[in-house]
Design a protein around this ligand. Structure first.
Ligand code: NAP
Ligand code: MG
Length: 496
């Protein structure tokens, strides 16, 4: 039975918040007792004082990770044994679904419908998927001269640090820790300072599930913790999701230290192309609205640019306005709310400043205002701008908020050129009833994911996720993700 607004509010009020770091198998304060305040974007109220990891804590966690890795307690057990533990953890996360969902909602402002039926079930699915996969991934035997035996095997890399953002706090962490742990690594998670709570609860369940101490750790803190991890000589791999500028710093730090493997999942300005022969304009409009207003637009693969063939622009805009009407900003603990709060005041200001730029460079079709400021939270109404061309800042730069730019085009070639004229290449979509055109355009789009006649509709771990160009490198999800967290060893043995 789904809960009512009141029931979710009660659950949220009764939550026992764990706010300490999780290092070497136990919850602990940061050295010097340093904390930072965790603020709810729902109403600006103080939720907890969270341990703020210091460099001594980073060193301690890396030492514990290294020692657990070297001990073989996790890295050297059979994949089947790791699978059993990870599946136990998945069951515990599932049993605590509502508690984790409520934590994410009060911490990050995401709607309770999304966290309880999307984020947390997807975390469970991700963990189960990699747990189930890992005892089915085999090495290779190479055809050699019969005097030899040649083998190619995969081994865990060692100490993996993951620095993750706030838009899907636990899910973005799971996309890293599930494959990394399944492969036998010891993992340190650095959550965003804006959303540290759900991963700390998950750590408690990890230890209940039997993940050995030092194998999974959480270091809440600011960007300096991520910077130290990326500079640390005893971290073998740094997996990151977040902004381009931070990704760049991490690469520099890896270069300046031990050339650790760096995997980046950065932002996007994903184009959603509506051709005049789109099979169903109303559906395309609904899908486009979902593609930008879900999670209040704080999605790296958000369809933040809709390119529409001029012939169908007026009709499409009409449908889009109606579709956008289904999205209203409000208290995210209310199951009827479709657009939650932005994560914090910084993000609110960033989005509002883009809306100011939009008002100067394009025409406002819908929204464009902060809503419910009296609640003390950070809400922005779904906003649509109609642009004359692709030049305005709102049509080129990642906003990470519920702001959509609609841009007209005349020919398919022009649409492809506009779509690809971006430093990003994370996702793209094309809508056409002509299968050949749709395919050709899909091939021409320089993006890691291409949707045809849909936008971000299915959740399936079998599809790799990641970007071309400055949207990053490597892929999360699918067996390809294991490439990030394993070394490949060639063994050549002379038999006689
Ligand atoms: P960000 O600075 O890239 O933060 C992401 C993570 O990196 C956080 O855990 C952050 O810690 C950490 N970090 C910050 N500085 C670091 C450093 N020098 N070395 C290592 N780690 C560091 O992103 P943000 O400031 O939260 O958001 C800014 C913009 O980034 C957004 O408006 C959006 O455009 C983009 N973004 C993209 C994604 C995505 O999914 N691709 C996700 C989030 C944000 P603290 O938060 O504790 O400082
Ligand atoms: Mg928060």
């Amino acid at each position: 039975m789904s809960k009512t607004f009141k029931q979710w509010q009660e659950l949220a009020k009764g939550l026992k918040i764990e706010a300490r770091a999780f290092i070497d198998g136990e919850f602990t304060g940061a050295s010097g007792g340093k904390t930072f305040p965790c603020i709810s974007p729902i109403d600006g109220k103080h939720l907890a004082d969270v341990a703020c990891a210091q460099s001594a804590d980073v060193d301690r966690a890396v030492r514990a990770a290294r020692s657990s890795f070297n001990s073989g307690i996790w890295s050297q057990i059979s994949p089947r044994e790791r699978k059993a533990v990870l599946l136990r953890w998945a069951r515990l996360l599932e049993q605590h679904n509502d508690e984790l969902a409520a934590l994410e909602t009060i911490d990050a402002g995401k709607t309770i419908t999304d966290t309880s039926t999307g984020d947390i079930p997807c975390v469970v699915y991700c963990l189960e998927w990699f747990a189930e996969a890992i005892d089915k991934v085999h090495g290779e035997v190479i055809g050699t001269d019969p005097a030899f035996l040649g083998m190619v095997t995969r081994e865990p890399i060692g100490v993996v640090a993951a620095v993750v953002p706030w838009n899907y706090p636990l899910l973005m962490a799971a996309w890293k820790f599930a494959p990394a742990l399944a492969a036998g690594n010891s993992v340190i998670i650095k959550p965003s300072e804006k959303s540290p709570l759900s991963i700390l609860k998950a750590a408690q369940l990890a230890s209940e599930a039997g993940i050995p101490k030092g194998v999974f750790q959480v270091l809440p803190g600011f960007g300096d913790v991520g910077a130290q991890l990326s500079l640390h000589k005893d971290v073998d791999c740094l997996a990151f999701t977040g902004s381009g500028p931070t990704g760049r710093k991490i690469m520099h730090n890896a270069a300046d230290s031990n050339l650790k493997r760096v995997w980046l999942e950065l932002g996007g300005k994903s184009p959603n192309i509506i051709l005049k022969d789109c099979p169903d304009l109303e559906r395309a409009a609904n899908s486009s609205a979902y593609g930008i207003f879900a999670n209040a637009g704080q999605v790296c693969s958000a369809g933040s640019r809709v390119l529409v063939q001029r012939d169908v622009l007026p009709e499409f805009l009409q449908h889009l306005k109606t579709a956008a009407g289904n999205f209203k900003a409000g208290n995210p603990l209310d199951p009827d709310t479709t657009v939650g709060a932005l994560v914090d005041e910084i993000q609110l200001k960033r989005v509002l400043s883009y809306i100011d730029k939009g008002n100067a460079e394009a025409s406002l079709v819908l929204g464009g205002v902060r809503s419910a400021p009296e609640a003390g939270g950070f809400y922005v109404e779904p906003t649509i701008f109609s642009c004359a061309d692709a030049k305005p800042a709102i049509a080129c730069e990642e906003i990470f908020g519920p702001v959509l730019s609609v841009i007209p085009f005349d020919t398919n070639e022009e649409a492809i050129a506009m779509a690809n004229a971006s430093e990003y290449g994370l996702a793209a979509a094309v809508w056409s009833a002509d299968i050949a055109t749709a395919h050709e355009m899909g091939r021409a789009l320089r993006a890691g994911t291409v949707w045809i006649n849909c936008y971000d509709e299915i959740v399936d771990m079998n599809f790799p996720f990641g970007g071309y160009k400055q949207s990053g490198n490597g892929r999360d999800n699918s067996l390809h993700a294991l490439e990030k967290y394993t070394e490949i060893k060639s063994t050549i043995m002379r038999l006689r």
